[in-house]
Design a protein around this ligand. Sequence first.
Ligand SMILES: [Zn+2]
Length: 468
Amino acid sequence: MPVNLYNSLTRKVGTLTPRTEGTVHMFVCGPTVFDFIHVGNARTFTIFDVIAKWLRYRGHEVTYLQNITDIDDKIIRRAAEQGREPLEYAREFEQHYRDDMQSLGNTAVSQYPRATDHIEQVKAQVKTLIAKGHAYLIDGDGWYYDLATFPDYGKLSGRTGLQADDAVSRIDDSEKKRNTGDFALWKLSKPGEPSWDDPELGAGRPGWHIEDTAITEHYFGPQYDLHGGAMDLKFPHHEAEIAQQEAASGLVPFVRYWMHAGFLQIDQKRMGKSMGNMLSVREALAKWSPETIRFFLLSGHYRAPLDFSESALDAAHAAIQRITELLTKIQTLPPSEKDDSALVQIIAETRHAVEDAMDNDFNTAAAFGAVFALVSAANKAVTEQRIGTESGAALRAFFAFLSEQFGIIATGGASLPETVQSLVNERQLAREQKDFATADQLRDQLAQLGYVVDDTSYGPLVKKKVQS
Ligand SMILES: [Zn+2]
């Protein structure tokens, strides 16, 4: 089945056509390992995890690389503050990152190449750019890319960076640059900093953008299929990658499909370290299950901003709870005599709806909508004892598919006592039939048993009442 996706480069939705049929070379900008990552970062990585898994589901052989930036100013600064050696410090936070990804169920990455393991490839690419007249030396500072030599600069973001003055290009802030937007390819070493020797370039370390193209050229060649990252990397980072690789190889386009994930926001502001509003993945995992966090992160369209709030996470928790309760019942109740062939049909249609949503620019929000329509139908069938052998097996297969593709099925089992759960189900059915008097009555009964019910967009969230 063809997969359609929005390409940031062409600004159009089109069918994914890899350079080699059936094989997708995919790269996503990985973390700079100087601290724990936050939930905003996790949104990007979870989105691309699901995208890679979906492409595999659709029969592509996907090689998915994510680089680990283990040398950079922030790492050097943090390590110095703690009196530690930068590369050893980076290794520790690389491991924390890998652990966080594992905990969140982000398992699609084929390989995590580190910047410092590819210094030779970086040097070679810088030398090519020098030989082709794209780079110049600022004495005592480093080798810089001369943006005036690459007229295509800005084609991805629609911005021209030649004289762009933005906070990010001020990282490379030498006053001797030829153009304001010029960026460092190779930074000459300062005393005490990690550096790699080179007779032609001088002892130094890679600039911010060069490791990505050095790594992808090494594994994929000068052109490949799909490059992803967070929205804020489009400019200048991804523009810089295009400038480096297309100038070095003379081949266009460097990447066929560019994909950018929207921000996670709190009160309309992007979650970020510099914003002072971040919640680390570890802090989040202490409060919510990985399935709940994944469900939340995937509940909006990947290109749109997503608003983080306690109530959004509560709704996600309710969604996961609802699926878990249903699944537990299907797995534990003996099959009914009656079997619901209409339900089997609904399950097949739901699977098609999920597939259509995902094939159309990875619309996880629409996919989840279809899933919850099925959950309602299945709960009704459970109550009416219409889940027989065939419909039970079809439901189990469907949830196994959801688990595989999205990682949103909890394995812990149901958490509520059976009497409580059946009252919750009855109440939900009453609500769906707009019988609010009965629903209120059942809410009172639940309260007497010590349970409170909050209605979220995905269904009821049931919690044990806190004794006051
Ligand atoms: Zn990158």
